[in-house]
Design a binder for this molecule. Sequence first.
Ligand code: ISL
Ligand code: CA
Length: 544
Amino acid sequence: MRWYKESIVYQIYPRSFYDSNGDGIGDIRGIIEKLDYLKDLGINTVWLSPVYDSPLDDMGYDIRNYTDILPEYGTLDDFKEMLNEMHKRGIKLIMDLVVNHTSDEHPWFLEAKKSVNSPYHDFYIFRKGKKGKKPNNWRSFFGGSAWEYNEETDEYYLHLFSRKQPDLNWENPQVREEVKKILKFWLDMGVDGFRCDVINLLSKKEGLPNTKGLPIISAKGIYIDGPKMHEYLQELKRDVFSKYNIFTVGECVLINPKTALGYIEEGVDELNMVFHFEHMNADCFYSKWLPRKFKLRRFKEPLSKWQYALADKGWNALFLENHDQPRSVSRFASPTYREEAAKMLATYIFSQKGTPYIYQGQEIGMTNAHYTRIEQFKDVETLNMYKSLRRFLSEKRAMKLVKKASRDNARTPMQWSREKNAGFSTGEPWLEVNPNYININAEDNWFDENSVLNYYIKLIALRKKHSIFVYGDYREHYAKSNKIAYYERNYKGMKLLVICNFTSKEQHFNPIYDLRKFKLILNNYQEDQNYLLPYQAKIYLGEY
Ligand code: ISL
Ligand code: CA
C-alpha cells in the first residue's frame, strides 16, 4: 500500500514547539507532552525538523553527528520514547535527512580540511583558487560566494548554504555508504521515513562549470538536478529505501513537474513525492527577497499545473507553510479576516490531490513575527541577507524586507495558551514570542467551536471519511479569476466542489452545477448564501 497517500503530516520545528524544562528551548519531552493534541487534531504523520547534534549555525540543518541528539533537545532514549508514544497513537514519524552538506564541525570535515592526504578530504568538494580568485562563480543560497578559503590546504571548499555547511562530495562512494548507514540506523529504530533536505542539489556537474545568467536559476543541470541525481537516488532506493515500508518526500529547489516525475513517477519511485515552491512566488519574483503584490492567479496556476501534470502518474505534496516560509495568513490574505482566511487557505490547498502538510501553528492561524529590530532575528539567512541589503538600502528599507521575508516569521514559539510566553516555556524563550498569543493560541482555539483549529479538525475528519479527498481527480474552473478559486474532484460516481473567495469583498459567480443536488459539507461561515462572503470557503459533495 502506498500509505503516504493517506498521510496527513504535521511538521514540528522542535526548537519552537514546546519546552518541557524551562530553558527556553523546545525539546523532545515537550513533543511527547503534546502528542495528544496532535492526535486530537487528527494528523497521522509527523515530520520532525532536525534534532541531531549540531552547532546550530542553521538551526540544526548543519549536522555534527547524524546518530545522536543535541543535548538541549534530549537524549536518544527520549527520542525512542517519543517514537514509541507516537506509534501508540497511530502517528508515524519521518525525520529530516540533511545530506547535501554537514556541519563544518562534523568530524569528517575537521579531518578533511587538515590535509589533502586526509582520508576524509575527498568527502567534501575542495578546489584550488584560480589566480587568487574563487574556483567558480557559484553563489550561496544564503547570499555571497559559495566558496570559503581553507588555509591548511590552500584551497576553497564549496558550501551552497552557510560557510558552516560544507557540501558533501556525492561522487565519492564512501560518502554514499556512510549515508546509507545513517539511514539504516534510524530506520532500524522504527522511524517511518524521511523528508530529504535540498535533495536535488546532491549531484554537481563534472568540472564545476560557471553558471551563466541569473544566479541559482542558471544552475539547473549544473548543481540543481545535476547529471547523477538518478544514479544516487536509485542507489539509495536499491540498498535502503526499498527494504523498508517507508515514506520519502524530497525538498526540491526550482523544480518543474517534468523533472519531478523523473524522481517520483509510480514505477520509478526514487522518492514518493517532492516539495516544489512555485506557488510561493505568488507574492514575489523568484525569491522572497523580491516581493510583489499577491495575485491569486500566480498562486493557482502553478498548483493546477502540478495537479494536472502529476494526475495519475505521481503524487503531490500540499503545503502553504514550513519553517523557511513566512506565515500564509500574513502573505496571502488581509489581516482583517485572519480567521476566515486561515480556514479558506486550508480548504483550498488541502482539498487538492496530494498529501497535506501542516506546519506547527498554521492550524491556529499564527501570523508573522512582530519584530522591528534586527537584533530580534536569529536566522542565519536573515542576518546574512540583511548585511548584504544594507550595502545598498537604508536601514528602514532593509528592515522592511527582512520583516516580510525572514524565516523567523515561522519560527516564533508555538502559541499554546494565554499564559506567560504563550505557554511555550516558563523560561526566557530562545526567540521572542509574538505578543498576539493573547488572542491567538491553541487553548482558546480548542474551546471555541468556530476557531481555526476546530475547522482544521473538521477538514481532516472529512478527508478521512471520504476517500474522494485522497483519490479523486482534479479539474479546475475559473482558472483565470483573480478573485475566486474553484475546482472539483471526481471519484467513483461522486463529485466534490471546492469554492474559495480570496478577496475581502463579496463575490458572485455561476456555480456551474445545480448546488441543490449537493450537500454542503464544510463552510467557514455560519451563513450560506448563493454568493461568497469575504474569504468564504465551501465544500460541496454530491453524487454525479
Ligand atoms: O529558505 C529559503 C530561502 O529563504 C530556501 O532557499 C531554502 O534555503 C531552501 O529551500 C533549502 O531549505 C532547506 O535547506 C537549507 C535549510 O536552511 C532550510 O531550513 C531547509 O529547509 C539548508 O539545509
Ligand atoms: Ca527545553
